[in-house]
Design a protein around this ligand. Structure first.
Ligand code: ADP
Length: 161
């Protein structure tokens, strides 16, 4: 997979609270309006093993069992997005972990009050994204296509990156 320039990819998971609260569309529209390219969408149930891998950095924290059972409480929607500096751009749109302190205008700031139930996961670095995208998407689940609006989303020199 090519992760450079406008082909940079990131992983978003719409968490069980987002699915249960009917926020799948609200979340997707924010990324679409920004000009990001959706190259994969997949509903799935997560198990303990994938959550231990995905949340390895918090698996020894006392709140991990609660996070794990919450993440298994209903299906999630995995989304792969592509764009120039998409990892950083998506983290800004998502907002900080503690939703009730997240900036208004961010997904967490607008739709959530909780730390654990914060609607979305988004890869926190390019390195992380390179591990997380293949964790949830097989190569066949991702689509390469031209997006006509790129002519208006990016300047010519940015499109060439
Ligand atoms: P982020 O999702 O913002 O990158 P982290 O990687 O630090 O945040 O944590 C992963 C997820 O674990 C968070 O999105 C949240 O759902 C949960 N979490 C983090 N810290 C806590 C906490 N102190 N209490 C409960 N859940 C937490």
């Amino acid at each position: 997979m090519n992760f450079s320039g406008v082909k940079e990819k990131t992983l978003v998971l719409i968490k069980p609270d987002g699915v249960q609260r009917g926020l799948i569309g609200e979340v997707l529209v924010r990324f679409e309006r920004k000009g990001l390219k959706v190259i994969g969408v997949k509903m799935m149930s997560l198990d303990e093993a994938v959550l231990r891998e995905h949340y390895a950095h918090i698996s020894d924290k006392p709140f991990f069992p609660g996070v794990s059972s919450f993440m298994q409480s209903s299906p999630v929607v995995a989304v792969c997005l592509e764009g120039l500096d998409v990892v950083a751009a998506v983290r800004k749109i998502v907002g900080i972990t503690k939703s009730r302190e997240a900036d208004a205008g961010t997904i967490r700031g607008d739709f959530a009050m909780s730390v654990a139930c914060n609607v979305v996961h988004a890869s926190d670095s390019v390195d992380t994204a390179q591990k997380e995208v293949p964790r949830f998407f097989k190569a066949d689940d991702l689509f390469e296509y031209e997006k006509g609006e790129y002519e208006h989303v990016y300047a010519a020199d940015e499109r060439a990156k």
